[in-house]
Ligand binder design. Structure first.
Ligand SMILES: O=C(O)C(=O)CO
Length: 273
């Protein structure tokens, strides 16, 4: 695959936030995209009302956009939460959310489901949280397998998420290996967010060269401000060229904070016309 064959999708939880959620799919379509992704779109409600789900599905369908990535519930994201699945007090909510997420993914044809791990809980031994995470990821993966979906695990950066323990490719891959081995599942993969990994000082070309065969999804933003490509220091033509030449064949999620109006933020995207 060459750079011009790369498929982008727009993260509608962080791009087009000038608009109400249900108007964002049409805005992405008007900007030339047929694929979008979302963080869990129903705040801290693990099991949304049917009419809210119907309204979202209708907005995606009438815009002609495919939802290619969806996050499981992650808690109060603006308040600093970054997932529920490793947190004993939130685990039941995560388990309740699995069926709602898989049902929405089935309706929308979404095959990548992002499971944020969760911040460390003071007073709970790390090993206890790790074991809970492995169990819950395996349960999520078995549910996702029913619709042919993959659960992806993401490394964040410790500057913005200081209590989130998965902050390197190595840590994410080790967790994924545990889930696959102990949970007996094979549909768990790595979400390579080049912004977070770059913020952590990883060699992004090396990550792509060594691990692209384990990527279940890729997301991008420029460093250090998390703006669109061209607003920071990353060489996206080189990076995305390497990604296009790698075994990874999936979408590249535009998960950045637009510097300026969202509709004007796509001009520096290599291969996007
Ligand atoms: O919380 C973040 O920064 C994310 O990238 C969530 O997917």
């Amino acid at each position: 695959m060459s750079l011009s064959d790369l498929k982008y999708d727009v993260n509608l939880s962080i791009v087009f936030t000038e608009l109400p959620l249900l108007e964002r799919p049409a805005a992405a379509a008007a900007a030339g995209f047929d694929a979008v992704e979302l963080w869990w779109p129903f705040d801290t409600n693990p099991v949304p009302d049917d009419q809210d789900v119907d309204a979202l599905v209708k907005a995606l369908e009438s815009a002609g956009t495919q939802l290619v990535g969806l996050n499981f519930i992650a808690g109060d994201m603006p308040g600093g939460d970054r997932g529920w699945l490793s947190r004993p007090a939130d685990s039941a909510g995560f388990l309740a959310n699995i069926e709602a997420t898989v049902a929405l993914a089935e309706r929308t044809g979404t095959r990548v489901l992002n499971a944020l791990y969760g911040n460390r809980v003071p007073g709970v031994p790390a090993r206890e949280q790790e074991d809970l995470a492995v169990d819950n990821l395996a349960i999520a993966a078995r549910a996702a397998a029913r619709i042919g979906a993959t659960v992806v695990v993401e490394a964040l950066n410790s500057y913005e998420s200081p209590d989130y323990p998965i902050v390197s490719t190595e840590a994410a891959l080790a967790l994924i290996d545990r889930v696959r081995t102990e949970g007996g599942v094979d549909n768990v993969a790595f979400l390579a967010d080049l912004y977070h990994l770059g913020r952590m000082g990883e060699d992004l070309h090396q990550v792509i060269a060594e691990h692209a065969d384990r990527f279940g999804h890729v997301q991008i933003a420029d460093i250090p401000g998390r703006g669109q490509p061209g607003t920071g220091e990353l060489d996206f033509t080189g990076l995305l060229g390497a990604l296009a030449a790698s075994p990874y064949q999936g979408h590249v999620g535009l998960e950045y904070k637009p510097q300026g109006p969202s509709a004007a933020s796509f001009t520096g995207l290599p291969g996007h016309s």
